[in-house]
Design a protein around this ligand. Structure first.
Ligand code: TXD
Length: 321
């Protein structure tokens, strides 16, 4: 069986880690594209020179020429500027929209049958723009945000409860901004509700709620927390790992239910917008969106997040994209 061809558009921090993870997992052959001369070539060479040590056989090619992505099965887009301290994701809108426009045109030209995972910020707007410019069907264009936001939430829960993070299931829905919606009601440790475990730990319902509220808040601000520490850019290891989880679900046709920035056609009461929701990922990309009943508080939080996405898209359209 021929190996999959994976094109990474953007050879910066996330792009480099993506290339290395794909190599280590032998997920497919990699073409790493960037506009900066030498950067993708240098990173590819550096990674491949560890192939004997790590024991992988895939091919890695760094390039500044879109032609090299020809026929890619999967494309992961991280091209665009990251945040600096004090910036919101939305501050990146104009610059990254220009970049995404070019990226989408070229992916359409050279890899018109590919499945695309967009990672660049502001995420919900960049996925929407990619879909619009490429004209690809909605099952083949998705965004990565929820896998990372959910992993952050799960990590904080595991630390708080002193349990393995492998046993924590927690999901974050909505847009990839400060209005994101961590779903507390269904957060569990091997099926046991996290709220029950917190109440038992503190023997105090109010205290348990306070601790959960702090974890929810930290989850929403987690990207900014890393930006403030790094000062020169934003998170890149965890966004890369999260994108790879989605890529694996698609390449291996796993049918995993992952929180995905997906185009909604009425699901969750949303019509015609990209929003983070649980979706089945498999060989056809987004195979279906998984709906479930939200309580009134969750519904209000999701509506609020959807409104933030809508105003971001309206801003982008006003700017001519
Ligand atoms: O979970 C998520 N979705 C995210 C998203 C979590 C963290 C960061 N996220 C966003 O991903 C971040 O806000 C940025 O918009 C992207 C990429 O973040 P990264 O940390 O990798 O940024 P870098 O290191 O600046 O890399 C971006 C690369 C850089 O090498 C540029 O030269 C390149 O993008 N670039 C381009 N590549 C291709 N085509 C064009 N036009 C282009 N312009 C710049």
């Amino acid at each position: 069986m021929a190996r999959k061809k994976i094109a990474l558009i953007g050879g910066g921090q996330i792009g480099g880690v993506l290339a290395q993870l794909i190599a280590l997992k032998q997920l497919g052959d990699v073409v790493l594209f960037d506009v900066v001369e030498g950067l993708p070539q240098g990173k590819s060479l550096d990674i491949v020179e560890a192939s004997r040590v790590d024991g992988f056989d895939i091919s890695l090619k760094g390039t500044n020429d879109y032609k090299d992505i020809e026929g890619a099965d999967l494309v992961i887009v991280t091209a665009g500027l990251p945040r600096k301290p004090g910036m919101s994701r939305d501050d990146l809108l104009v610059t990254n929209a220009k970049i995404m426009n070019t990226v989408a045109e070229n992916v359409k030209m050279y890899a018109s049958n590919s499945i695309v995972i967009v990672v660049s910020n502001p995420l919900d707007a960049m996925v929407t723009l990619f879909k619009k410019v490429s004209g690809f069907p909605t099952n083949r264009v998705m965004g990565q945000a929820g896998v990372l936001d959910s992993s952050r939430f799960s990590t904080f829960i595991a630390w708080e409860l002193g349990v393995s993070v492998k046993d924590v299931n927690a999901m974050v829905l909505g847009g990839h901004g400060d209005t994101m919606v961590p779903i507390v009601r269904y957060a569990n440790v091997n099926g046991i509700p996290v709220m029950e475990l917190l109440e038992r730990k503190y023997n105090d319902k109010a205290k348990a709620q306070e601790v959960m509220a702090a974890m929810v808040k930290r989850t929403k601000m987690a990207g900014g927390e890393v930006v403030e520490l790094l000062k020169t850019g934003s998170a890149f290891y965890s966004p890369a790992s999260s994108s790879i989880a989605m890529a694996e679900a698609i390449i291996y046709d796993e049918k995993r239910i992952l929180p995905t920035c997906a185009f909604l056609n009425g699901q969750f009461g949303v019509e015609g917008y990209y929003v983070g929701v649980p979706a089945v990922l498999g060989a056809n990309g987004i195979e279906r969106v998984v709906e479930f009943a939200l309580d009134s508080e969750e519904k209000a939080a999701l509506d609020n997040s959807v409104n933030a996405v809508k105003s971001l898209i309206a801003d982008m359209e006003r700017l001519g994209f």
